[in-house]
Design a protein around this ligand. Structure first.
Ligand SMILES: [Zn+2]
Ligand SMILES: [Zn+2]
Length: 155
């Protein structure tokens, strides 16, 4: 996704787009649908402040019961671009502040959006918080079945 700067004069802008997962280099096996990207752009030269909001739908496999499931994924982030910092050493870029040259016409946001999306992925995949998982003896899905494996019989 690219931002063509001449389209956005000083002031507030609201940008809304539907992107294919591939446009953000997102795995299409993981991201099932288009990714809805909303950007609030605040331009006050030399500063361009962007607030991102992304809504996606992801396909995961539960860590406990190994069933497929889908869940919405919401990601948010913020970035500031500073125009006209030609002499700046690129290595001074901070996480949320990027220095770009004054004659920049187009900013490619794909990498930043990609990173924000990836950081928002859940660390654990659980189809539901109280997923009972699989029985360690017979392998049945304890969310759907019951088994007798763990019934302790007192002597
Ligand atoms: Zn599960
Ligand atoms: Zn069992």
């Amino acid at each position: 996704m690219k931002l063509y700067l001449p389209s956005y004069p000083q002031g507030h802008h609201f940008i809304s787009e539907e992107l294919e997962p591939s446009e953000l280099r997102a795995d299409s096996a993981l991201f099932l649908k288009t990714i809805h990207v909303q950007i609030q752009l605040d331009r006050n030269d030399p500063y361009l402040r962007l607030n991102y909001r992304m809504n996606a739908f992801i396909h995961l496999i539960c860590d406990r019961c190994l069933e497929d499931y889908e869940q919405p994924l919401n990601a948010e982030g913020m970035l500031v671009f500073v125009l006209g910092a030609n002499t700046r050493d690129k290595s001074q870029d901070e996480d949320e502040i990027k220095y770009i040259s004054a004659d920049t016409v187009e900013i490619d946001l794909s990498t930043d959006l990609h990173d924000i999306l990836m950081l928002s992925l859940p660390l654990k995949s659980l189809c539901k918080d109280d997923c009972k998982g699989l029985c360690s003896s017979c392998g049945c899905n304890l969310n759907e079945d019951t088994c007798d494996c763990h019934i302790v019989t007192n002597p």
